[in-house]
Design a protein around this ligand. Structure first.
Ligand SMILES: [Mg+2]
Length: 458
């Protein structure tokens, strides 16, 4: 994975060392020597990751730089790794509280650095993808502008469910005490009162294989997005690396430092809420965007995005595409006689029969009012006419039972069929021919289908 990394450190020796490590793994490196300079560079260049020294003489220090980055919408999603000196506990905790995702202690261990960088960058790729998709949905007006994902406050504390997988009683007690203040902590088998928001897993446990637990969580459908914090031995580099490789989002060394685990849990919990919110809004907006609310069929917007590429492909020598334009006969009369509720029920019943009389590869859309369009990929005009006739019979063959209406209602439809022909075909031209065919079916007495190809039209 190639990515751009910003290194902010006042000492040239440190910068050179980090640059050498990162470029050896083909990362693109940019450098700043002061906090302010780092913030400006991050704003302008939008790196994928920032490595931030704490102590920098003159101007703002690493914490303040991190706080500023995390307070601006344009940079707050960029992960920041704080670089502290060995065993400087206060610095570590302050770093995480300033919003940094991660810290590394100097002297920097190159293997740990790579594992952390890779893990943070993987996460960022996912977040960026979600952000980009949401941004485009917003441009199309599918999501109101006031529900920005950035509304998820970078410093807000989210209370959540923590699943603790551990077998060391002293450690369990310590973690429960630390995390219990903000979250609900439960062990496996205990009632958690809901799905977990974070899993804390010990990989040095004696009674179970913590690595296997991590691997299983990362591959399970229900737990795939669950953040994992692995507890590892301080002197076992391999253990930490293996946990990260298997997909742990973060690691914490034994013995557990209470302040540190609180800060790490906050960061992971916040990140999960952020991703969940994005994912949920995206699902909603996509579904709303392509579905007709009354009938559950696809809507016109969906039709417009699907038909054009299919027609284009057919025109370039690909499979033919057919479309049916369908109109419910005398629908206005039905609405006027029985009211709009009955009219809506007729539309829903028709939609249900339409859906069960089209193939899974067809797209059934409500085009507006009582007009429907079925797009049939890889279908010739002949086959489409057969399908149209079958649909016509499925509607006219048995009367509609409408709730609240004493009599079953006889409903019929008229259908116009057209299929792609020739090199000049466009979405407009094929829909126009189908419309003309439909008009002909109406004129011819309704309850019938008319097929029209490009040859007929010429
Ligand atoms: Mg320094």
């Amino acid at each position: 994975m190639s990515a751009r990394i910003l290194v902010v450190d006042d000492l040239e020796a440190n910068r050179r060392l980090l640059e050498a490590m990162l470029t050896a793994d083909y990362y693109e490196v940019m450098m700043a020597t002061r906090g302010e300079e780092g913030v400006q560079l991050a704003k302008r260049e939008k790196p994928d990751l920032i490595l931030m020294d704490v102590m920098m003489p003159g101007g703002i220090d690493g914490y303040e730089a991190c706080r500023r980055l995390k307070s601006m919408p344009e940079t707050r999603h960029i992960p920041v790794v704080i670089l502290t000196t060995l065993d400087d506990r206060d610095n570590r905790v302050r770093g995480l509280q300033s919003g940094a995702e991660e810290f590394l202690t100097k002297p920097i261990d190159d293997v740990q650095l790579m594992a952390r960088v890779k893990s943070l960058l993987t996460l960022k790729v996912v977040t960026d993808e979600l952000r980009a998709r949401e941004a485009s949905s917003r441009r199309l007006g599918l999501i109101p502008d006031d529900t920005r994902p950035d509304a998820v406050d970078q410093h807000r504390v989210f209370a959540g469910n923590v699943l603790l997988v551990d077998d060391n009683p002293t450690q369990i007690k310590r973690i429960q005490t630390a995390l219990g203040v903000e979250h609900r902590v439960s062990l496996i088998g205990e009632d958690a009162g809901g799905p977990p928001d974070l899993a804390v897993i010990s990989v040095h446990a004696k009674s179970f294989d913590g690595f296997r637990v991590i691997a299983r969580m990362r591959s399970g459908e229900a737990t795939r997005h669950l953040p994992v914090l692995a507890i590892v031995d301080p002197d076992d580099r391999k253990q930490a690396l293996r946990a990260l490789e298997l997909g742990a989002h973060d690691i914490i060394l034994r013995p557990i430092d209470e302040e540190e685990i609180i800060a790490r849990a906050r960061t992971l919990m916040r990140r999960k809420r952020y991703m969940d919110a994005l994912r949920q809004r995206l699902d909603q907006s996509l579904e709303l965007a392509v579905t007709d609310q009354l009938t559950g069929l696809y809507n016109r917007r969906f039709l417009d995005t699907q038909l054009e590429p299919l027609v284009h492909r057919a025109q370039c020598g690909g499979d033919p595409v057919s479309v049916m334009t369908i109109d419910i006969d005398h629908f206005k009369r039905c609405n006027d006689t029985f009211g709009h509720d009955v009219g809506d029920a007729v539309l829903r019943e028709f939609a249900a029969r339409l859906a069960s009389n089209t193939r899974p590869s067809d797209y059934a859309c409500r085009h507006g009012g009582e007009e429907f369009i079925v797009v049939m990929p890889r279908t010739t005009g002949d086959i489409a006419c057969l399908a149209a006739e079958r649909l016509r019979r499925a509607i006219a063959g048995s009367a509609f039972i409408i709730p609240g209406l004493a009599q079953p209602l006889d409903v019929t439809i008229s259908i116009g069929v057209a299929s792609t022909e020739g090199a000049d075909e466009t979405q407009e031209s094929i829909l126009k021919r189908a419309d003309e065919a439909l008009y002909e079916a109406k004129r011819g007495g309704r309850n019938r289908i008319v097929g029209r190809t490009a040859k007929d039209a010429a």
